[in-house]
Design a protein around this ligand. Sequence first.
Ligand SMILES: *Cc1c(COP(=O)(O)O)cnc(C)c1O
Length: 341
Amino acid sequence: MATDIDWANLSFGYRKTSYNVRCTYRDGKWGEIEVTDSEYLNMHIAATALHYGQEIFEGLKAFRGKDGKIRIFRLEANGQRIRRSAEGILMEPVPEELFREMVTKVVALNADFVPPYGSGASLYIRPLEIGMSARVGVKPSDEYTFLVLVTPVGPYFKEGFKPTNICIMREYDRVAPKGTGRWKVGGNYAASLSAGEKAHSLGYSAVLYLDPREKKYIDECGPANFFAIKDGKYITPESESILPSVTNDSLKQLARDMGIEVECRHILLEELEDITEAAACGTAAVASPIAEIHDLDTGKKYVVSTNGQAGPITTALYNKLRAIQLGEEEDIHGWNTIVDA
Ligand SMILES: *Cc1c(COP(=O)(O)O)cnc(C)c1O
């Protein structure tokens, strides 16, 4: 029962809910939406998802607002992104309307699992698309399954919104220069596991990747985008190997709304000397502030925060975004979808 959940102590992990929703593309068209309580999938042992990595996903959240209503944050942006990911690795794009219908439906069906306002927890939504046709030769699938599962997740910052240390290492790349980094494909995560586990074992929260072509510029921060404050401006890397984060896009807009200049461009590693704030950003945490960046190859340490606190601009942006998600502030950009449940 959903009511048994200790919302404040939930982790960021999987927990069974009541239902998930699925739809199959076969013979050139999408079928009916299926609602199921099964946590399993029946698939062919030669499916392209299993052999050749035809797998893409999304991650977004629903929140219980101050007014008791359920809001899904930036559903359209996530729908657009999963269509770009599909085109990127030759999968069938899920139509906009089908994506919207399935995401809102699965949230409404699991409304008991949307954590209460004030708990700090939320309902994580995971859309997933996989290639289902049996293939042995390397070739895209004809059949696809799109499914959406949800799971309640706890507040990301159990000990508060505190900066952590991250590290740079040149031994691994997450993606190739003209590879799949700009799409949300599972294979990018497989490629990041070694580096990520190594960083964790050394006591760092994430790896700050350098661009895979020249190793001169800042790329992504683990499975999140990176932004920093330099000369009072919000700066964030832009390149063909970076996934366009919806959270970063939202923070850029909020920064502009606050009168802060935004620069999306290549950021040289040396510029880390002159930043006054930095954070990783993504749906899971909104923004995870960074204290120090240690370059493991050169021994250089970039100290961003000296007082153990997130900087003022990072904090203001974080609070503003959270307030919009929770219906505490007016949603002037139309980012929330209210679910009738
Ligand atoms: C999902 C993801 C992000 C964050 O994107 P959001 O839309 O903000 O959640 C950033 N980088 C990578 C590699 C990702 O997969």
